[in-house]
Structure formats: structure tokens, C-alpha cells
Write a protein that binds this ligand. Structure first.
Ligand code: PLP
Length: 238
């Protein structure tokens, strides 16, 4: 079997997704009138346990900010370290956001334990710092631990998940949070060129991804583990 490890965004839409695109009910999403987009956003918000959600096309965020990265053990940041580096309002620079990635891609797809997320969230809230979860591959953690996605999302103010990585949708991601956060995100999406009339065409396969493709990730995990076993055997010359 051939496994392509270059990127999990190389997935192709399933037949069900293609049918969903063909049949998608659409309206003008710039007016909030695309029923397929609304259905996807409502489903995603409910799944993540957030007030509201927004469909975005994949682009990097342009932020007026400085970032500071911290050491981690397998993608897991030590609460003590995070606590020590938070800059408070009386300092020249103020920390406004703590970002966590789960699962952690560069650490090898590792899962950040829920307990660690809870501890980091508590520290951030105490310091008045918002928490964003880069959950591009959060569903991999969900499938692996059987912890519902809203439990992970509980310890965040905002959460992003990719529809177009291994869930297989052709394009798109979800960003979810409070009504006020999503209202501002919607405005920023427009400023960045992301207003999409009749976006139902891409929301429809996104909904198929979110509602039918999560369980299937177990197959990817199994393939990856088998591949690792094979490599270990090969490298040890057995
Ligand atoms: C792909 C990816 C993103 C961005 O996803 P979009 O679909 O472009 O919004 C963010 N974080 C990680 C770790 C990713 O792999």
C-alpha cells in the first residue's frame, strides 16, 4: 500500500461530498442567506460547544502582533513556563493570546492532554489572556481519546478546525467562539477578501466532512502505526 505523508490536505472529496456540492442549496452568504453555510456553521458551533462558528477559506491570518514560541515536550507546554512568560499590562508589551495546537503536527501528531489544556486555560484566564486552539487536527485527538470535541473546546475562547485536511473536504476551515468573536471574525474575513456569495457549494462537502468523516480517522491512525512498525523492523534489519 502506498501512503502519501507529504500533507493531509491532499485528500480528495468523497462521492458523497461531490453529490452534496452538486445538490447544495445556496443563497448569498454575504447576507447570511446561504442555507448550506448556515447549516454547516450551526452544526460546527453545536459540536464544538461554542455560541457561534464561521466558515473560512484557508489563509494565514495577518495579525499586528509579535509571537513568542515556548519549548514543549511533545507539543505540550509546561503550565509553569507559560505562567512565567505572560507579560502583564504594566509591562511594555502585554500578552493577549495563548495559542495551543492539538494535535501537535511538528511534534509528530501528539495529543495535548485535556488536563494540560485545563491548566493552561486557568492560568490564561487568571491573567486576562484569551486562549486560541489551533485544532487543525483536533478530530484526530477526539478519535484517539474518545473525549468529545466540545470537551477540548471548553478550555478555549476560540477554536479552529480544518475541514480540508484528513476530513477530506476540498476547501475550508471552521473558526468558532462567542457571538461577539465570530461577529468580528466575519468582518475580518471580509477585509481579507474572504466574502463568498453562494459559499454553500463549499459548505456542503464541509458538512459531510464534519458529520461523516471523523470516525474514519481511526483508519489513518492504524495505517500510520503499521507504517511505523514496518519502518522500525526495516531499520533494525529484522
Ligand atoms: C493547515 C493548518 C492550519 C491552517 O488551516 P486552514 O485550513 O488554512 O485554516 C493551521 N494550523 C495547522 C497546524 C495546520 O496544519
Amino acid at each position: 500500500m502506498y501512503i502519501d505523508y507529504r500533507t493531509d490536505a491532499g485528500t480528495r472529496p468523497t462521492n458523497e461530498m461531490r453529490k452534496a456540492m452538486y445538490c447544495a442549496e445556496v443563497g448569498d452568504d454575504v447576507f447570511g442567506e446561504d442555507p448550506s453555510v448556515n447549516r454547516l456553521e450551526e452544526t460546527a458551533a453545536e459540536l464544538l460547544g461554542k455560541e457561534s462558528a464561521l466558515l473560512v477559506i484557508s489563509h494565514a491570518i495577518i495579525g499586528g502582533m509579535q509571537t513568542r514560541s515556548l519549548p514543549s515536550a511533545g507539543g505540550v507546554m509546561e503550565p509553569k513556563t507559560v505562567n512565567a512568560v505572560i507579560r502583564h499590562p504594566d509591562e511594555s508589551m502585554q500578552t493577549s493570546l495563548l495559542c495551543i495546537e492539538n494535535t501537535h503536527n511538528r511534534a509528530g501528531g501528539t495529543i495535548v492532554p485535556l488536563k494540560n489544556m485545563m491548566e493552561l486555560y486557568t492560568i490564561a484566564k487568571r491573567a486576562g489572556v484569551a486562549v486560541h486552539l489551533d485544532g487543525a487536527r483536533l478530530m484526530n485527538a477526539v478519535v484517539s481519546t474518545s473525549i468529545p470535541v466540545h470537551e477540548y473546546a471548553r478550555y478555549t475562547d476560540a477554536v479552529q478546525i480544518c475541514l480540508c485536511k484528513s476530513l477530506g473536504a476540498p476547501v475550508g476551515a471552521i473558526v468558532a467562539g462567542s457571538y461577539e468573536f465570530v461577529r468580528r471574525a466575519r468582518l475580518w474575513r471580509k477585509r481579507l477578501g474572504g466574502a463568498m456569495p453562494q459559499a454553500g457549494i463549499i459548505a456542503a462537502p464541509g458538512l459531510v466532512a464534519l458529520t461523516t468523516m471523523v470516525e474514519r480517522l481511526a483508519e489513518d491512525h492504524e495505517n500510520a502505526k503499521n507504517n511505523l512498525r514496518f519502518k522500525k523492523r526495516r531499520d533494525s534489519g529484522i
